[in-house]
Design a protein around this ligand. Structure first.
Ligand code: 3HC
Length: 699
């Protein structure tokens, strides 16, 4: 018998314990073992009732996602059939939900006749977050227990609910304050002794009868905006509707077909990949899990501008005290005004209480004196990008801060090795690159310098977790991972506009691909002046490459984006949504003529491929240089830092899905048009030749 299922007999009650760490996932082995034990309990005359529970802090976290895509061995039953068998059992089966019951875990509990739950446990159907729907009866049984509206919220929303809510909705029968197992045994014995037929979830109909079909259309409308590009939400609604219109058997079959179709789709593959990718980022080969990390309890931020203030808010939000240092009281007071306004708008939207805002503000202090930050565990410098200034600040910090303090820079372009060279503690210097707005964006690029010790690396990775960020470790290079890739991809779209596309066509193609905004809209939002500086820098770094001329023309017109009500688009004052500008269109056409380019039509696919595959090619260079640890780290950066749609999985996954031989051909065509920006990466060439993917690459 498989050791992932333990079995004990407590008098006349058979107890099945799922013991498959870390998540008690329903692997093939669990399914096989569970089926066998249920079968034994059914045929053993000494067993009058059954209790199913989980070992450790989970009940069951769902089907084993790692096994998706593998063929089920012949001797393993379908989980869906195991549940049918359980539901049909004449002996009562009780789920003792000791911890998280998610996905197939909740389906297992619903396949039991009764459910008891520990107060701290939660239940949910999170499949939607993986791009599919429940596949073992969740869409049919949950509405029978909780009603249609709650089932829609739980299945389409995907968030778990706590024990009290589960009881209120009828998902569970009892919340057990004391010893869960003792009560489950007692409950099972009572049910067996009662002589009444066990209550099968699938046989219940009172909560699914007489439902107006309009409920489903209304729900569809309600979620339309937030489910753009996703297939699973609409399919989940159809399945729940099926529960109200079909027999259980028909509904289960309908759900099953839908589940299989969605599970095997590229979008679900991408979302599953992202699930593991964002867990993988925490694993750093030469920094073992038990590396001693500094317990960061206080921080100081140098610079109280937009970035500095946003970073300070992160610490205050996590309950840590933080001091902002700037050159003058005026600068500090302007910085604090912005922080206050930021919090106030969250309070106004009802997402933060006034009391919490006050507590957080109370954690932020200000100073102009370095002596006041000498005790901070970490100092993050967030002043403007000037190497001389940063070196001066780091020398001062090195002299004033306690020896164990970590000194970090929020630079997005400068060489942190050089910044750290002015200190006597290069082992404690590294980059913490926050994304703007720093209090909102989840991504943190932690930039490892040549001298940073593994303890320092472990400390900032842990800090990221404390601050609720997704931290990705990257190496030092111009723009690190995210901005270096963006620098190339955005430039390709500039070229496409010079050659025949229009900014709004580019933006629409990229929006339709799934990004929240296209690059020209982003540029208008961020300010065309910002890219102006980057571009002049890059002209110096790469004098021999083609550089776009249009963005500078727009800049020189004083059209700096939304803040001037004019950029690539025209804006009505106070409006964030722009309209295509006739003036810009004329300038574009004029510019193409000046450049001697005969404008041609671009298809949307060509635009998306130019944008995304140029990203993947730069990503391949980054991977080969060891700036990113793995291709999935690049994808995590692009999802959390730049809104790459999760259901596309990031540029590297997207390229892998197409196949690197085809990607190589496409990149070669881009190279012919745009030169060295998209010179096919050596890594891309070699992986394409070997028929491998970026995910296969091991440095
Ligand atoms: N399958 C395989 N592995 C799983 C898993 C699952 N369903 N759930 C968690 N794990 C693994 C994680 O990959 C991780 O492995 P690692 O240590 O090797 O990196 C380990 O369990 C611990 O997970 P976390 O690091 O995420 O631990 P947390 O405590 O932060 O979170 C959790 C626990 C909330 C359970 C979270 O892991 C989670 O959300 N898991 C996925 C739950 C889910 O989506 N279930 C539905 C699966 S699909 C399904 O059931 C289909 C059904 O309808 C037929």
């Amino acid at each position: 018998m498989s050791d992932v299922i333990r079995f004990e007999k407590k008098g006349a009650i058979g107890v099945i314990i799922i013991d498959n760490p870390p998540a008690n996932a329903l692997s093939f082995a669990v399914c096989k073992g569970l089926n066998a034990r249920i079968g034994e309990c059914m045929s053993d005359d000494d067993v009058e009732a059954v209790v199913v529970t989980g070992e450790g802090r989970m009940f069951v976290a769902g089907a084993d996602i790692r096994e998706f895509g593998r063929t089920r061995p012949d001797d393993v039953p379908d989980f869906y059939d195991v549940l049918k068998k359980m539901e049909a059992s004449v002996k009562p089966i009780v789920a003792a939900i000791n911890g998280l019951a998610l996905g197939g875990g909740l389906e297992l509990a619903m396949g039991c006749h009764y459910r008891l739950i520990a107060p701290g446990a939660e239940v949910g159907q999170p499949e939607i977050k993986l791009g599919f729907i429940p596949g073992a009866g969740g869409t049919q049984r949950l509405p029978r227990l909780a009603g249609v509206e709650a089932a829609l919220d739980m299945i389409v929303g995907g968030d778990p609910i706590n024990a009290a809510k589960a009881q209120e909705l009828g998902v569970v029968d009892e919340v057990v304050e004391g010893d869960l197992m003792a009560r489950a045994l007692e409950f099972a014995a009572e049910k067996a002794a009662s002589g009444e037929a066990p209550l099968a979830t699938g046989a219940r109909t009172n909560k699914i009868s007489g439902i107006d079909a309009g409920v489903f259309d209304a729900y569809r409308e309600k979620i339309a905006a937030r489910s753009r590009g996703l297939d699973a939400p609409d399919e989940a609604i159809k399945c729940i509707q099926a529960a109200t219109e079909m027999t259980l058997e028909e509904g289960l079959a309908f759900e099953r077909d839908t589940f299989v179709k969605l599970r095997d789709s590229d979008k679900a593959k991408a979302m599953r990949y992202m699930f593991f990718a964002e867990r993988e980022v925490a694993k750093i080969p030469d920094v073992p899990k038990d590396t001693k990390a500094l317990d960061i309890k206080s921080a100081a931020i140098i610079g109280s501008g937009t970035m500095g203030g946003g970073i300070a808010m992160n610490f205050a939000n996590a309950g840590l005290s933080v001091t902002m240092l700037d050159v003058s009281e005026d600068a500090l007071s302007a910085g604090m005004d912005k922080v206050r306004a930021n919090y106030a708008s969250t309070v106004k939207r009802g997402r933060l209480s006034q009391a919490d805002m006050d507590t957080r503000l109370g954690l932020i202090s200000t100073t102009t004196d370095y002596a006041d930050i000498s005790d901070a565990d970490i100092v993050i410098e967030a002043v403007f990008e000037d190497m001389g200034l940063k070196k001066k600040i780091f020398a001062e910090l090195d002299a004033k801060c306690k020896p164990e303090a970590i000194l970090a820079s929020n630079t997005s372009t400068l060489d942190i090795n050089e910044i750290g060279s002015v200190t006597k503690r290069p082992d404690k210097v590294l980059g913490t690159h926050f994304f703007s707005p720093a209090n909102v964006m989840k991504l943190l690029e932690n930039v490892r310098t040549d001298g940073a010790s593994i303890e320092t690396v472990a400390s900032v990775m842990k800090l990221g977790k404390t601050l609720g960020k997704i931290s990705v470790l990257v190496g030092v290079c111009n723009g690190f991972v995210g901005n270096r890739i963006l620098g190339v991809a955005a430039r390709i779209t500039d070229f496409m506009v010079e050659e025949g596309a229009l900014p709004w066509q580019v933006d629409k193609a990229i929006y339709d691909f799934g990004f929240a905004m296209g690059p020209f809209t982003v540029n208008d939002l961020a300010g065309i002046d910002i890219r102006f500086l980057t571009r002049s820098e890059q002209r110096k770094i790469w004098p021999d490459r083609r550089h776009p001329v249009l963005p500078d023309k727009v800049y020189h017109l004083g059209r700096l984006g939304q803040k001037t009500n004019a950029g690539w688009y025209d804006y009505e004052p106070g409006q964030r949504r722009g309209t295509p500008s006739k003036l810009i269109e004329d300038i574009i056409i004029e510019t193409s003529a000046e450049l001697g380019i005969e404008r041609r039509a671009f298809t949307d696919q060509e635009i998306v491929d130019g944008y995304v595959l140029s990203m993947a090619n730069t990503g391949a260079d980054i991977l080969q240089e060891g700036i990113a640890l793995r291709s999935s780290d690049i994808d995590v950066i692009w999802h959390y830092g730049y809104g790459f749609p999760r259901y596309r999985g990031g540029p590297m996954f997207y390229a892998d899905l197409i196949g690197l031989d085809k990607v190589y051909d496409a990149v070669s065509r881009l190279y012919d048009s745009y030169g060295d920006w998209v010179k096919p990466s050596e890594l891309l060439i070699s992986l394409a030749k070997e028929g491998k993917s970026f995910a296969d690459y091991q440095p």
